[in-house]
Write a protein that binds this ligand. Structure first.
Ligand code: AMP
Length: 561
């Protein structure tokens, strides 16, 4: 295996890779870095995120760019703000010992003024999303005259997001461009066309087969019926208590709705999708990265290029249509040599699609049973007991309590104490799963559907307590309370999105999430379904209070009409 020094990189860069703990170059780095350093002009790199491609172009850029000249010499264009920040973050690490080197990130959704000031300070490398870059070009706030190196990262995704003209505009407006390095996970015809038009005899480097999934990932699928998809998701999460994962949905609405439902049920989850403001996206990503959030639910576009270390599971709430999308999703886990699991919840009709993906990805997919309620309980139980055993009691004055505790528990056996601890922790959980039904769909599913169409399904729904409005007829909460609808003059304009709004009203009113039903948010106002018995308490707690200097008005929506 090669070392970074052997690739021909500047000593300061080798020192930086050491400081970052990189021992050996990854395959794409080993292939691309010597080629780029040798003065080759253009390159096409077929590689997915997670392969180390940022360093594959980042290290050569830092090596080639003239630290003594304080104007933009290299431009990296990428599809999303998150990726932009990630690239800058990595470059910062690589240029740690190049004190005169400056890198700036320019992306939309945030103040352009600060970015213009950063650019004026004199930078050598600009990392940009296409839209904001064009904005800066048009304002003449950025000078591309001296740009020698252009990197297009995740080119296929930029095209998917409709940046084709922008990319061509950028390539046409870099007159001194000597080298163009194009990275893409896939090679659709349109990328080939761009490559042909703007790149001169590029060296092509492929890492792995384009669609081949990472071997460190265990691909599993679970067959259920469409109406049990949400429950199956919950069960998979519950069966993996230490999970740190991303759930993918096809639509923004699904991502938001499932995040809200799971939040209501006590899960650490938030949604990432295109409807959020940049501030909200940053907040969600920040919380997920520092593991305050255990789960992130995202659409493909929003999660594009995200590089978060240590993701244990990717869950496909629904299968994507494209194999490439599947590979991108599953590639969020099993990174940097770690193992990961990619679980897909599918229904019978999707079996063909599943086989198709499996055929192209060319690794075995494992059909798994959705765990039974009692299996989930057992798993949670032992996880909790492990946590109990591992709890650090070395600090704190617990010793001094021991005599008192011994006295208090004199007549209680160790077994009984354990049972009581378990009951405290698990009562609600056990009740939920006590009569939980088998969510698997077997081949003889028609028979099973018939069997389930009566009471059993009704029972299960009743247990969940989240089926308001699904049963038809008059809406009721699980405890039997009728539904009231409240109006409030707060909405998305106030910076809320559903999950944060829910948290806000629950915090203000000191009510539990179980009392809430659907929340309908508009720009200026929102409507909240709530258990009638809790409505008064919520109004009393919120109506008349101030939010950001504005008086909040909350009342029964239906009595106003
Ligand atoms: P990327 O494909 O550029 O998104 O990189 C994936 C992750 O691998 C990033 O977190 C990098 O910091 C890390 N990484 C890149 N190159 C190496 C290397 N040679 N050794 C160890 N980790 C690396």
């Amino acid at each position: 295996m090669m070392t970074f020094a052997e690739l021909g990189l500047d000593a300061k860069l080798v020192q930086a890779t050491d400081a970052l703990g990189y021992v050996n170059p990854t395959p794409i780095q080993e292939k691309a870095i010597p080629v780029l350093l040798s003065g080759t002009k253009d390159l096409v790199g077929l590689a997915q995120t997670g392969t180390g491609k940022t360093a594959a172009f980042g290290l050569p850029l830092l090596h080639l760019v003239d630290e003594g000249q304080k104007y933009p010499q290299a431009l990296v264009v990428c599809p999303t703000r998150e990726l932009c920040l990630q690239i800058v973050n990595e470059l910062e690490g690589f240029k740690k010992f190049q004190t005169g080197m400056h890198v700036v990130a320019v992306y939309g959704g945030t103040s352009i003024g600060q970015q213009i000031r950063d650019l004026k300070r004199g930078v050598q490398i600009v990392v940009a999303t296409p839209g904001r870059l064009i904005d800066l070009i048009e304002r003449k706030a950025i000078n591309l005259e001296q740009i020698k190196y252009v990197v297009l990262d995740e080119a296929d995704e930029m095209l998917n997001m409709g940046f084709k003209e922008d990319i061509e505009f950028i390539l046409q407006n870099t007159p001194k461009r000597e080298s163009t390095w194009l990275f893409s996970a896939t090679m659709p015809p349109e990328i080939r066309r761009i490559s042909k038009k703007y790149l001169k005899e590029p060296v092509e480097i492929t890492v792995g087969k384009t669609n081949t999934a990472n071997k460190n990932i265990d691909h599993q699928y679970f067959v259920t019926s469409a109406q049990y998809r949400y429950q199956a998701l919950k069960r998979l999460i519950d069966f993996n208590p230490g999970i740190y994962g991303i759930i993918f949905t096809r639509t923004k609405a699904d991502a938001q709705e499932i995040a809200e439902k799971l939040t209501r049920e006590g899960y650490d989850i938030d949604a990432l999708h295109g409807d959020l403001t940049q501030q909200q996206r940053d907040k969600v990503m920040g919380e997920f990265r520092d593991k305050t959030l255990q789960l992130l639910i995202a659409t493909d576009v929003a999660a594009r290029g995200i590089d978060v270390q240590g993701i244990t599971h990717v869950i496909n709430y629904e299968l994507p249509d494209d194999v490439e999308v599947y590979t991108h999703r599953s590639g969020r886990t099993g990174r940097a040599g770690n193992t990961g699991v990619c679980m897909s919840i599918i229904h019978m009709r999707e079996m063909g699609k599943m086989r198709h993906i499996q055929g192209i990805v060319q690794v075995p997919f494992h059909k798994m049973d959705i765990p039974a309620g009692k299996d989930v309980c057992r798993k949670q139980f032992f996880h909790f007991m492990d946590k109990l055993l591992q709890t650090d009691i070395s600090h704190g004055d617990y010793e001094s309590y021991v005599p008192m505790l011994e006295e208090k528990f004199a007549d209680v056996s160790k077994e009984e104490v354990l049972k009581r601890v378990a009951a405290m922790e698990f009562d609600r959980f056990l009740k939920y799963y006590e009569n939980a039904e088998d969510l698997n769909v077997y081949d003889q599913r028609r028979e099973r559907f018939d069997r389930n169409s009566g009471d059993r399904r009704g029972n299960d729904r009743g247990d969940r307590g989240d089926s308001r409005g699904e049963r038809g007829g008059r809406q009721q909460f699980s405890g039997g309370g009728d539904v009231a609808r409240l109006f409030v003059n707060l909405g998305t304009k106030d910076g809320f999105y559903k999950a944060s709004f829910l948290q806000f009203i629950l915090d203000m009113s000191d009510l539990r999430k179980e009392v809430l039903g659907r929340i309908d948010m508009k720009e200026m106002n929102s409507w909240i379904e709530i258990d009638k018995r809790a409505a008064k308490q919520m109004i009393a707690a919120i109506d008349g209070k101030n939010y950001k200097g504005r008086r909040i008005r909350m009342n029964d929506a239906d009595s106003r009409r």
